[in-house]
Design a binder for this molecule. Sequence first.
Ligand SMILES: Nc1ncnc2c1ncn2[C@@H]1O[C@H](COP(=O)(O)OP(=O)(O)OP(=O)(O)O)[C@@H](O)[C@H]1O
Length: 254
Amino acid sequence: MSDPTPVSAPGGGPVPSAEPILKVAGLEAGYGDIQILWGVDLDVMAGEIVCLVGSNGAGKTTLLKTISGLVPATAGSVRLDGAELAGAAPDAVLAAGIAHVPEGRRLFRTMSVRDNLLMGAYLRPHDADLDADLDRVMTMFPRLAERARQDAGTLSGGEQQMCAIGRGIMSRPKVLMIDELSLGLAPRAVELLSETLVEVNRAGTTILLIEQDVMTALEISDRGFVLDRGRVVMSGTPDVLAEAPEVREAYIGA
Ligand SMILES: Nc1ncnc2c1ncn2[C@@H]1O[C@H](COP(=O)(O)OP(=O)(O)OP(=O)(O)O)[C@@H](O)[C@H]1O
């Protein structure tokens, strides 16, 4: 019997399905004795761009690290397509389909752009499709194609972020998580990255994004979650969040 779920929307983008592709429930985590996440509930539907906003120290980075297995969960669950990942090692989370673009990009500065991209596929180094995947990333980010042989450390900040995102895409993730898309970048670079991210999403990758510039985040997202002191305190569509007095006062400054 064929799968009745449509895979592509009329506009070309993936169609959000009824079950979340990523479901975080009651997630708790911290560092040593210090608890940072206090029962986080969050869901991301296939095909969505979802942003996570919140003040400094709210626990956004910790949440992404806990989802990707870098920080161990002390309670709760992280399900990808229904499969439990809480407690899994980072490699297993990546292999299951969640890629994490960390804050600060973390590129190998003395390796070429091409080799950095290939590092994203380190779990399948002999895959016959690697070249095709590289081509796909270079097509999405023409700047990277022009600079493929250049050391990643010599790229501009915006290009480094493209390279980090491209490396994430090389693992063929179901969900791509990006920590601080625009941090330290000029407005034009942020605009370009935002446009490219929307293209990446239209090509079939679900995205969970931390972005300190709330207006940029809401512009490109389908939904958003507000995290405060380790708890989700609000969620909704960009329109709802942009109008909420709590969000305006705390994050938009209006
Ligand atoms: N390795 C660590 N050891 C101990 N505490 C940590 C560690 N990393 C983060 N924290 C603490 O956890 C809390 C949440 O930090 P986190 O980086 O998750 O917040 P955030 O919302 O991403 O903040 P920002 O927007 O400033 O990056 C902070 O109080 C921080 O000091």
